[in-house]
Design a protein around this ligand. Structure first.
Ligand code: HEC
Length: 197
């Protein structure tokens, strides 16, 4: 009985401490302040375990199919490159101010399985700026992007441009990629010509 009382008292103290901290305003919420080592560890461990678990039942189609890869090139350019960059191209100014920073996908595809890449792309990651593309895209339009990004580690800037040319009008973002100024549904259509785009 005594132990239970002590535990309840300790939980109440912890709760008051958490609430006091939240309301105090002492936490630095700014995106340009780095996370502490502990926050980084906690977030990345939670994320990896969550993604791994939720992706475990996904059936992966044949991603080496060239038609699927080509169908994903324009979609990658229209949906991913402004945050993650592309071969020979840095991420846009917007993405360079994000915390956490969007990682280089050529490195991510070596770390994550195809099912995990698909899950992250479809569902996004809370509180990071990584969008849930499944809200606006069905699975059949997400798999081509996954097929394409798995080729990124081998792809240089020239080969990427060649693939864009070969892909022509394939993929649902083909027009947006070819005429970015005429695609109002994509973010950042303003003239920020002073910045790197
Ligand atoms: C608006 C910016 C933005 C766009 C657009 C975007 N991402 Fe991301 N993405 C992020 C950010 C930020 C992270 C880092 C999240 C983190 O550190 O947990 C991320 C992380 C990822 C990761 C790594 C996940 C992990 O487990 O660490 C993958 C894979 C990914 N994105 C794929 C994509 C693909 C594919 C597209 C296009 C279909 C895309 N992203 C479009 C911002 C973006």
């Amino acid at each position: 009985m005594q132990t239970i009382k002590t535990l309840i008292a300790a939980a109440a103290v912890a709760m008051v401490a958490v609430l006091g901290f939240a309301y105090s305003g002492t936490y630095d919420i700014s995106a340009d302040a780095p996370h502490s080592g502990f926050t980084k560890w906690l977030f990345s461990t939670t994320k990896h375990a969550s993604v791994k678990r939720q992706a475990s039942n996904i059936e992966v189609p044949d991603l080496s199919d060239e038609a699927l890869i080509l169908a994903g090139v324009n979609d990658f350019k229209g949906m991913c490159a402004e945050c993650h960059g592309a071969p020979g191209q840095a991420a846009k100014a917007m993405a360079q101010g994000m915390n956490p920073a969007p990682p280089d996908l050529a490195e991510e595809v070596l770390e994550l399985s195809a099912a995990e890449l698909f899950w992250v792309t479809k569902h996004g990651i809370k509180m990071t700026g990584m969008p849930a593309w499944g809200v606006t895209h069905d699975d059949d339009t997400i798999w081509p992007v996954i097929a394409f990004i798995t080729t990124l580690p081998e792809l240089d800037a020239t080969q990427y441009q060649e693939m864009l040319t070969r892909a022509g009008s394939l993929g649902h973002h083909a027009d947006a990629a070819a005429h970015p100024d005429e695609a109002p549904q994509e973010p950042d259509q303003h003239d920020h010509s002073r910045h790197e785009h």
